[in-house]
Design a protein around this ligand. Structure first.
Ligand code: FES
Length: 177
């Protein structure tokens, strides 16, 4: 297994990530480097796998804190093994599954009503009448995991009429207090 440390320029070139971004990732605690005797950043070759992970995770919309939390599960003092990556994968699976479900909804629903409040499509009158989806929360509710069926559970009660005071007859007095 190749384990030599490599300079930042070589990492940037192989990963396709600018050196400035590598320095940013390091400042954000996502990756770590060592310093050569001349003060130059040097990375272990396994950094390329971590960088690939960061890059793809960002591409599918995960945030830096999420990525940092995931990478924190890997050992810092040695090259992660297959078992280490498997453990990370298991812990991240629910998050990735949710992301995949969102992307699938985006792909499948973009020509239909997404419950965003715009009411600009004919379908909105059926799926989001009078923007009822707003009762489920903010944003495009049908891309964020709600379904038009959820509206049925939240049909607002009709407003109550204020009670009118009873009229007393002309000969009746109010009871003494
Ligand atoms: S698409 Fe926006 S409310 Fe229907």
């Amino acid at each position: 297994m190749e384990s030599a440390s490599i300079p930042i320029g070589e990492v940037a070139s192989r990963a396709g990530i600018p050196a400035s971004a590598l320095r940013f990732y390091e400042a954000e605690g996502l990756i770590h480097s060592e310093r050569s005797s001349g003060g130059q950043r040097r990375f272990h070759r396994e950094i390329l796998r971590r960088l690939a992970f960061i890059r793809i995770a960002q591409r599918v919309g995960l945030t830096l804190p999420e990525i940092r939390d995931a990478l924190a599960k890997l050992p810092a003092s040695r090259t992660p093994t297959k078992a280490d990556w498997a453990q990370l994968s298991r812990s991240w699976r629910p998050r990735l599954d949710a992301q995949i479900a969102t992307l699938e909804r985006l792909r499948d629903r973009l020509t239909s009503c997404i419950g965003c409040g715009c009411l600009s499509l004919q379908a909105c009158a059926l799926y989001n009448p009078s923007d009822a989806a707003a009762t489920l929360g903010t944003g495009p509710r049908y891309l964020l995991g709600n379904d038009p069926g959820d509206l049925a559970e939240r049909v607002p009660e009709p407003p109550r009429r204020p009670r009118r005071p009873r009229r007393r007859g002309p000969g009746r007095r109010a009871p003494p207090r």
